[in-house]
Design a protein. Structure first.
Length: 255
């Protein structure tokens, strides 16, 4: 019977692989204290190939365990979501990466997303911002996105009327905020995915995504001649928008 580890106080395990039994045994210092379903478990202890911690579970390869151990992922407990520094995360199936998740109370102020989130004595790479992560966050004023983020949902930021600044790490390969434009631009397509109150659209942007400026407290916007398409609802809910300059290059406008 597999007993799922609920918590661990401290661990720096050393791994020993037995090729005959395909068992990886992790042996740590005497001070390690573990709890499995409320009961103490003594050393040695073992892990399964998914990175979950179990007692008396066999492994599939030494290489898998070494890779996971090097990133401290072997001490992952049985959880799917957690908070770190007021940011909510969802653990991905690989047990090594996380996506952001909507928070309660709503996100507010300037949110700086880190490259790594920490929980249960382990670090996880922050790779995604799904749709509606920042939904109706009325007091959200800024977002900083690290280089590790590879996916941002089209509606990841929605109905955040006070959003005034957006920055993306210059080493991010998928998204950028070129020329300090205060926007999320999908680098490969030159699509402005999300803007804010202080966005200046660069003349290298060729399209503006769906709902890119929706519900923002903007009063004017000038779109450069490089833009050929504007997505649906790009400026919906911008009740204070009094002056919108459209370029001659524009071919399509979404409904």
């Amino acid at each position: 019977m597999q007993n799922i580890l609920k918590s661990i106080q401290t661990a720096t395990p050393e791994l020993t692989y037995d090729s005959a039994t395909t068992t990886v045994t992790a042996t740590g210092p005497e001070t390690i204290t573990m709890c499995v379903d409320g009961e103490s478990v003594a050393n040695p202890y073992t892990f399964n190939e998914s990175g979950d911690m179990y007692h008396e579970v066999t492994a599939t390869s030494q290489a898998e365990y070494k890779a996971v151990s090097d990133t401290a992922s072997l001490i992952i407990a049985n959880f799917t979501t957690f908070y770190d520094s007021s940011i909510n995360y969802t653990l991905n199936s690989d047990k090594k990466t996380v996506n952001l998740k909507g928070a309660s109370p709503k996100y507010s102020g300037d949110v700086v997303i880190p490259e790594y989130a920490n929980h249960a004595n382990a670090s996880f790479i922050v790779i995604g911002i799904p749709d509606f992560t920042f939904s109706s966050c009325a007091q959200l004023t800024g977002i900083s996105i690290p280089k590790t983020v590879t996916t941002i949902g089209q509606s990841a930021i929605s109905s955040c009327g006070a959003l005034a600044s957006i920055s993306i790490d210059s080493e991010n390969r998928n998204y950028d905020s070129r020329n300090n434009c205060n926007a999320i631009i999908e680098t490969s397509t030159n699509t402005l995915q999300k803007g804010c109150i202080n966005t200046t659209i660069p003349n290298t942007v060729t399209s503006i995504g769906n709902s890119a400026f929706s519900s923002l407290s903007i009063t004017q916007m000038s779109i450069p001649n490089s833009v050929t398409s504007i997505g649906a609802y790009a400026f919906s809910g911008c009740s204070n928008l009094a002056n919108l300059t459209l370029p001659n290059s524009l071919i399509t406008i979404g409904e």
